[in-house]
Design a protein around this ligand. Structure first.
Ligand code: 5AD
Ligand code: SF4
Length: 477
């Protein structure tokens, strides 16, 4: 379905007026120092990007930020609904806030994000967590000023999670948290209805931002000194459907690639069914586009793929991978896989293992199937025990580790250009940077190199880490 419209400027202005009112209330209530907000985001980068807009709005309303809920005057959890485990963590962490609230009755507890878009979750929160002050869904993020105003003045719990109609809120303030890396949402929602997935229900229909809005934000990000932009969408390969402009995703990549500046472009997620040769050519030709493709396969078995409603076969996927590898030399491929989809047999699972061995991914994100209420797969018989699925999961992980170890060993002696992200987490005397293919390399260097691109030659590897040394500029490549 086509995008209906962007949120009208009058509505955004109305929200700005609420933001001013909240600011006044807060400065009267906290006259000496700004109140502190603790915002924690669960889930995907799309949610992280939402969290940065939420923080932008909170900052506009007069909040400063802190890094633990104990010190906060407002705790906000931006939740994820993709698997039960993510939901359980949220419920556990919200439960812990009860004590903080007893110590500080003025503490505001707010919950938002994908979980809050589900009626059964809202009911559970309402019944079992009475100290939660504010609940809002994914389609009313831009109305946070109004909702917080109601929370601060109404003395009642505020719940607002209407269904979405494909609207987009442009021009929200953003408080970016990624340092030299920035997230840039280019589209929202999803129309694919993979049978296991909750996203189409909690994020509504697919809609794309107009290219002028994406390019405006890209220029802002580059102007602020960021060195890596990751374009985000559930299915970036179908970018542009329903837009005024007929620019597709490959075209958008070319336009961003043409912006002046020293930066790299990444993107995720690509649905294999919409990945075109034009896109592969574009990745190969655009110097700023990283040679990395996250191409979730989910399963290597045709029956399971059909039951998942993925709309490609194993062979079609492998043909696409062959085309991708031939078109983009040195391409790094990564994937998501679900183990133990309802009704999957061990033999069918073996097709996934063999596909993983055939493709040789750089890295893999593997998940045990988690039933999501309201999705088609949640209604299917699921006879395989969790224990057995855990064994399959371990088998797949072991296969991938073997492949990764082989790839890591092959990298010794090669030189890669890395974006230096910061100090190594395990040894602060070293720096850590990521290659084009999203592989982390650690090397000795000085802090001034953080945020720059650097050529690093791989010297040795351990099971998990690749070590290297900086290559002087005159020796590069
Ligand atoms: N159970 C397990 N994994 C899931 N994913 C999505 N829905 C589920 C589910 N119900 C995984 C898919 C997707 C990734 C983001 O999360 O592999 O690509
Ligand atoms: Fe989680 Fe999906 Fe929502 Fe992202 S879009 S936060 S992965 S449920």
């Amino acid at each position: 379905m086509a995008k209906l419209h962007n949120i009208p400027p009058e509505e955004l202005e109305r929200q700005r007026q609420y933001a001013l009112k909240v600011r006044e209330i807060l400065s009267a209530k906290y006259p000496t120092a700004k109140p502190l907000a603790y915002v924690h985001t669960y889930g995907c980068q799309g949610n992280v990007a939402d969290g940065e807009r939420i923080e932008g709005l909170l900052s506009e309303m007069g909040y400063d930020f802190c890094d633990s809920p104990e010190k906060a005057d407002l705790v906000l959890y931006n939740t994820c609904a993709v698997r039960e485990h993510a939901e359980d963590r949220v419920f556990g962490n919200v439960g812990k806030l009860k004590n903080y609230k007893q110590d500080n009755p003025d503490l505001i507890v707010a919950l938002c994000g994908c979980m809050m878009q589900q009626a059964h979750v809202r009911e559970r929160i309402y019944k079992s967590y009475p100290f939660v002050n504010l609940v809002f869904g994914t389609h009313v993020l831009h109305r946070l000023p109004e909702l917080l105003y109601q929370t601060l003045t109404g003395g009642k719990r505020v719940v607002c999670a209407p269904d979405g109609f494909g609207e987009i809120a442009e021009h929200l303030p953003v408080r970016r948290s990624g340092g030299v890396k920035a997230w840039l949402p280019i589209m929202y929602g999803c129309d694919n209805f993979c049978t296991y997935c909750i996203v189409p229900y909690v994020r509504a229909r697919e809609r794309s931002r107009e290219p002028e809005d994406v390019l405006r934000e890209a220029r802002e990000i580059i102007g602020a000194g960021c060195r890596e932009i990751t374009l985000l969408g559930q299915n970036v390969n179908s970018y542009g459907k329903g837009n005024k402009s007929d620019l597709n995703f490959a075209g958008l990549l070319r336009e961003i690639n043409a912006l002046p500046g020293d930066f790299k472009i990444r993107f995720m997620t690509s649905h294999p069914k919409d990945c075109t040769h034009e896109l592969l050519e574009t990745i190969a030709r655009c110097d700023k586009v990283s040679k990395h493709l996250h191409l979730p396969v989910q399963s290597g078995n045709d029956r399971v793929l059909r039951a998942m409603n993925r709309r490609y076969t194993r062979q079609q996927y492998l043909d696409l991978v062959a085309d991708a590898k031939a078109t983009v030399p040195g391409l790094s491929l990564t994937s998501d896989i679900i183990v133990g989809f309802p009704g999957e047999t061990y033999e069918e699972f073996q097709d996934t293992v063999s596909l993983v061995r055939e493709v040789e991914y750089t890295s893999l994100f593997t998940f045990i199937y988690s039933p999501r209420k309201g999705t088609a797969a949640a209604e299917l018989p699921d006879p395989v025990s969790h224990k057995e699925k855990t064994q399959w999961f371990a088998e797949l992980t072991a296969a991938q580790e073997e492949i990764a170890a082989k790839r890591i060993a092959e990298s010794v002696g090669k030189t890669y250009t890395v974006l230096v992200e910061g100090r190594s987490k395990t040894d602060a005397s070293r720096l850590a940077g990521r290659t084009d293919g999203n592989v982390m390399i650690e090397f000795a260097g000085s802090p001034e190199q953080i945020g720059t691109y650097c050529d690093v030659r791989v010297t040795e590897t351990s099971k998990w880490t690749i070590f290297g040394e900086a290559v002087p500029e005159n020796e590069s490549k």
